[in-house]
Ligand binder design. Structure first.
Ligand code: GLY
Length: 374
């Protein structure tokens, strides 16, 4: 399969490489003095087999392995400093590659640590969740949470490559798989493909996967092209606007609401919290309600999205009163002054950007003409 390239000023700045099997990563690791593996402890078996393959094919290149706790609570500067200490203790240098293996939390922290260690060493990712394969591990956003706000510290710096392979998804817990579906569907709401059918086809497949035991294993061959399409859409957007001065903002569809939901859910500290993709699904439905309230979307759009998300197993009713979300939305990274760039779906495949204050958005969303009950 051909690589997907992220291009800036005519230069390839990052590549997305697809493999059928994990071992297909090996050619990508050639030529580095050392490879340092940073992995989520939940995928230690996979990290172990990649490390063994490195030892077998490139003797003495494995510089070390470090497992991390990849939770939102541990997505902080302490963990990043731990990774930097590990790199320093094991003599990582600019000819080395730091390889992050895990979901978005792991790839965000690995990329951030590699970006600040010795003012920047090379890094690459093996995303092991659907969410990271279609979104988090592509495009170079790296960072950590700060003062309970998501991804408040970080840099944009591109991985050498992101290696996408369906194998790790086969053992992914179902809730994590479903959570990742939200970012895939988000991408197809932004770009519905040349035949204008990618969103509906993806919903159909994700619904089948959700309702079939071992659905990911059974349908992985059919799933891979959708993962690749979503990754390609993101690569295109990032190529045109790496530093989010314009077009890249559309990738934040639903995210202003989602980050506020995640912030409130973290404050509650009860139960299992709300996963990022679940919050994104809720956020997209709220963005559609806002869009409908502004007369941009047809009034049926929020209901349709909520119905589709439910089909694939995503919760989409926001559990918090909207007024409570206003403060958390105001500290959104995407705010400029008191205005936030809201990405509003107009229809499947089309979005518009509208600058509103958090208060305006909340007032409009709660007073909107559409009530979305599912
Ligand atoms: N997850 C949104 C972006 O990478 O820009």
């Amino acid at each position: 399969m051909n690589d997907i390239e992220i291009i800036n000023s005519g230069k390839v700045i990052s590549r997305i490489v697809t493999g059928e099997w994990i071992s297909d990563i090996l050619p990508q690791l050639k030529g580095y003095r050392k490879v340092y593996v940073i992995y989520d402890k939940n995928v230690s078996a996979l990290a172990g087999s990649i490390s063994e393959m490195i030892e077998d094919h490139y003797p003495s290149v494995l510089g070390g392995m470090m497992g991390i706790d990849a939770s939102e609570q541990k997505k902080n500067l302490d963990t990043v400093m731990g990774i930097c200490s590990f790199l320093l203790d094991n003599n990582a240098d600019r000819k080395s590659l730091v390889l992050g293996i895990g979901g978005g939390i792991t790839t965000d922290m690995t990329g951030f640590a590699a970006s600040i260690y010795k003012r920047g060493v090379k890094f690459a990712f093996v995303p092991t969740t659907l969410l990271a394969q279609v979104d988090a591990a592509i495009g170079g956003k790296t960072g950590v949470n700060f003062h309970q706000f998501k991804n408040m510290l970080g840099v944009i710096r591109q991985p050498e490559f992101t290696f996408i392979c369906p194998e790790p998804l086969e053992t992914l817990p179902q809730r994590d798989f479903v959570s990742g579906s939200a970012e895939m569907l988000k991408t197809f709401i932004l770009d519905n493909g040349p035949q204008n059918d990618r969103y509906e086809s993806a919903c159909h497949l994700l619904e089948k996967i959700h309702s079939t035991p071992d659905g990911v294993i059974k349908y992985s061959t059919r799933l891979l092209p959708f993962i690749i399409s979503a990754a390609a859409v993101k690569a295109g957007v990032v190529s045109r606007d790496q530093f989010e001065n314009g077009e890249r903002r559309i990738l934040n569809l639903g995210h202003t609401f989602a980050h506020a939901i995640e912030h409130l859910s973290a404050e509650e500290e009860t139960g299992q919290g709300i996963a990022h993709g679940e919050a994104v699904a809720m956020g997209i439905v709220l963005a559609a309600k806002l869009s409908a309230a502004l007369g941009i979307a047809n009034s049926h759009l929020p209901e349709r999205l909520a119905r589709d998300f439910k089909r694939v197993g995503l919760p989409c009713e926001c559990p918090f009163p909207l007024e409570e979300m206003e403060k958390a939305m105001s500290v959104d990274k995407k705010a400029e002054g008191d205005k936030i760039h809201f990405i509003l779906p107009q229809s499947i495949g089309h979005v518009v950007v509208k600058d509103l204050t958090a208060k305006e958005a909340i007032d409009l969303t709660s007073g909107g003409t559409v009530i979305c009950i599912i």
